[in-house]
Design a binder for this molecule. Structure first.
Ligand SMILES: C[S@@+](CC[C@H](N)C(=O)[O-])C[C@H]1O[C@@H](n2cnc3c(N)ncnc32)[C@H](O)[C@@H]1O
Length: 293
């Protein structure tokens, strides 16, 4: 019997132990992911509404038709290498759930480092005015607004699909971000100066785009591609927006692996200094910050 049929049979036989179900799911998912245990657990928690403890204790459950269908759809989707995050429809960032789906970049754990650096960088500024360029799901702008309720946070996103997720997340989480559908290269899209401008722009190069994992091909190219050398947005955003940062204010970027020397040079050329780099959980320099004089 194929593994898929095995799972169908298991889920149809009345009550089934979560341990048995998790084991069968793990075996199937091992064909498409390096973290089958993590994914199997998340799928069971989401579809059946059980807890990690229920699974560990091997509690028994009785699946209804809707749950069986949802489980089947999720497994089918994963076997097509659709990202788990899109299939679940929600993904956690900085401890909060963000609605995601095809058309918007999935929030990454490494991006939390950018949120932390921004929060740290404006810690002593009362009522900071903050602008995020290239906002995607809104994970950064929404997080920053919720962590700093006294801040005025603006966020610009060009893709209408991504913008719809940004506005949904902003509303659902009650963040009060001023969300703008517009081009981050157009400095006329928002007025005034800021205590911090941040961005996690598209930063993959031609070479990177050729080596995408199958799951990444489901994410919007517009969220990934930073032109041939991957540095297009850093070049343009730094040159255009540096003058809109208040004296002593912060420019903060998430960057791709190995991009720090070039991006730091762009920051210096725009008159910023106090350049600071922060590594991600894999030891790669992931965030660059700099201050205006
Ligand atoms: C790497 S994603 C980052 C999304 C989100 N900030 C995050 O960290 O998950 C880059 C985002 O920039 C958007 N984008 C691309 N070009 C843009 C432009 N010219 N102006 C504004 N947004 C743009 C993409 O649609 C995408 O949502």
């Amino acid at each position: 019997m194929s593994r898929m049929k095995e799972i169908a049979a298991l889920s149809e036989k009345g009550t089934v132990s979560l341990t048995e179900l998790e084991h069968a799911l793990q075996q199937l998912l091992a064909e498409v992911t390096e973290t089958p245990g993590f994914e199997a657990g998340l799928i069971l928690e989401t579809v059946l509404g059980v807890s990690r403890t229920d699974i560990l204790l091997g509690k028994t459950v009785c699946l209804d038709d809707q749950q069986r269908e949802k489980l089947g759809d999720l497994l089918k989707g994963r076997r097509q290498r659709r990202p788990l995050q899109y299939l679940l429809g929600s993904w956690e960032f900085y401890g909060r759930p963000f609605i995601v789906g095809e058309g918007v970049l999935i929030p990454r754990p490494d991006t939390e480092i950018l949120a932390e650096q921004v929060l740290d960088g404006v810690r002593d500024v009362p009522n900071p005015r903050i602008l995020e360029l290239c906002g995607g799901s809104g994970c950064l702008a929404v997080t920053i607004a919720l962590e700093r309720p006294d801040a005025e946070v603006w966020c610009v996103e060009k893709s209408p699909e991504a913008f719809s997720y940004l506005t949904k997340n902003n509303q659902e989480l009650g963040a009060g971000v001023h969300a703008l559908l517009g081009d981050a290269l157009d400095t006329g899209c928002v007025e005034g100066t800021f205590d911090c401008i941040l961005s996690n722009p598209p930063y993959l190069s031609d070479a990177d785009m050729k080596e995408l994992e199958p799951e990444l091909s489901y994410e919007p190219a517009m969220a990934l591609y930073g032109e041939s050398d991957g540095l297009y947005f850093y070049r343009e955003l730094t040159a255009r927006w540096a003058e809109r940062i208040r004296p002593g204010g912060l420019l903060a970027y998430e960057i791709g692996m190995g991009q720090h020397p070039q991006v730091a040079a762009m920051m210096r050329a725009a008159g910023l200094d106090a350049i600071c780099q922060t590594r991600d959980y894999g030891g790669i320099i992931r965030v660059l910050t700099a201050r205006t004089r």
